[in-house]
Design a protein. Structure first.
Length: 329
């Protein structure tokens, strides 16, 4: 499946991005005539699209001058965005979103470091025959990568990740339960293709993110390069709920579960994202976020006494607390 990697990425990326167009569905209406005056009371356009764009920046800073207790001055900034397009009529739904985050931290006496890096596209199309049912026959596409190199600090010479290394693509068919009043979505797919791309050959040769590593002879000479992609077919389950639990307090919970049919079936990859938003006013908001990941193909490398130690697959956890400006349009 290696030869499919780039065409699939390009095709799926273009397919999903196209859903961010501002196309409107226009319904023809009868002309106004003396015999049909009611037509004047009807709108001249009907749109099935709803759009929401959110851009924000969080900044935190701490400074010390002759502080007897000690400390390190630092400043942290996080740029984030969420662009969402939804189409809905009696029988069809098409929901697409683009999410991105990029954060940097600068501490006194230490080089600039990355704190967050996310680029993600989600798109789901669903069709139902019965307008009374909340279940849809659905096709889902997800794409996830990053903007810049990642490092195991303080080592900044050997990247452990790069843009499109890794890049994850999911494409599958299944059924989705959509309950708009509670902003609840549950998607079940018995047939989903997962492609992991590692387009940097140095990382691919190391077998990073589950791809087949390079082979060498006894003298260390390269026999065959590492593969730059890995394709799996399995079961995908996702859920999303957004709910206002109190005035100006909203929680968002997103869960993704995947298991491969062929390789170690039953070993589940987990991606759980939780966020609580606290609204101060229309432009100032605070948030608490939690992201838990477990993927058996991601090996954790730690530096112990100057030596790299492979810890194998372990639970990854990221926690974020921020306050800043947010603009919705």
């Amino acid at each position: 499946m290696r030869f499919l990697t780039k065409p699939l990425l390009i095709l799926f990326l273009l397919f999903s991005v196209c859903s961010f167009s501002q196309v409107k569905i226009i319904t023809s209406l009868p002309d106004v005539t003396p015999n049909n005056p009611i037509a004047t009371a009807k709108p001249d356009t009907i749109s099935h699209w709803t759009n929401k764009n959110t851009l924000g920046i969080d900044i935190s800073q701490i400074a010390f001058v002759n502080w007897s207790a000690g400390g390190t001055s630092s400043i942290t900034g996080l740029l984030k965005g969420h662009l969402k397009r939804d189409y809905k009529d009696e029988y069809q739904v098409w929901s697409s979103e683009l999410l991105f985050k990029y954060g940097l931290n600068k501490q006194e006496g230490i080089e600039l470091r990355k704190t967050d890096d996310v680029f993600r596209i989600n798109s789901t199309y669903g069709y139902r025959k019965d307008t009374l049912s909340n279940w849809y026959h659905s096709v889902k596409f997800n794409f996830n990568t990053q903007f810049s190199n990642g490092y195991n600090y303080p080592n900044t010479e050997n990247p452990i990740s790069k843009p499109f290394a890794p890049a994850y693509t999911f494409l599958g068919i299944g059924s989705e339960y959509i309950y708009k009043p509670e902003k609840l979505n549950v998607y079940l797919s018995p047939l989903t293709l997962k492609n992991t791309a590692v387009l940097d050959q140095t990382l691919a040769n190391k077998g990073a993110y589950g791809v087949t590593k390079a082979t060498y002879d006894a003298q260390g000479n390269l026999i065959s390069k590492g593969k730059r992609s890995k394709t799996e077919v399995g079961i995908l389950v996702t859920s999303y709920i957004e709910k206002e639990i109190a005035t100006n307090i909203t929680i968002k919970n997103r869960l993704t579960l995947f298991t491969d049919y062929i390789h170690n079936f039953g070993n589940i990859d987990v991606d759980w994202q939780f966020q609580a938003d606290f609204k101060v006013n229309n432009h100032i908001k605070a948030n608490i976020g939690l992201n838990l990941i477990y993927d058996e193909d991601i090996e954790i490398i730690e530096i112990e006494n100057g030596v790299s130690v492979n810890k194998g697959a372990e639970i990854q956890l990221k926690q974020v607390l921020g306050i800043g400006l947010q603009y919705t349009f």
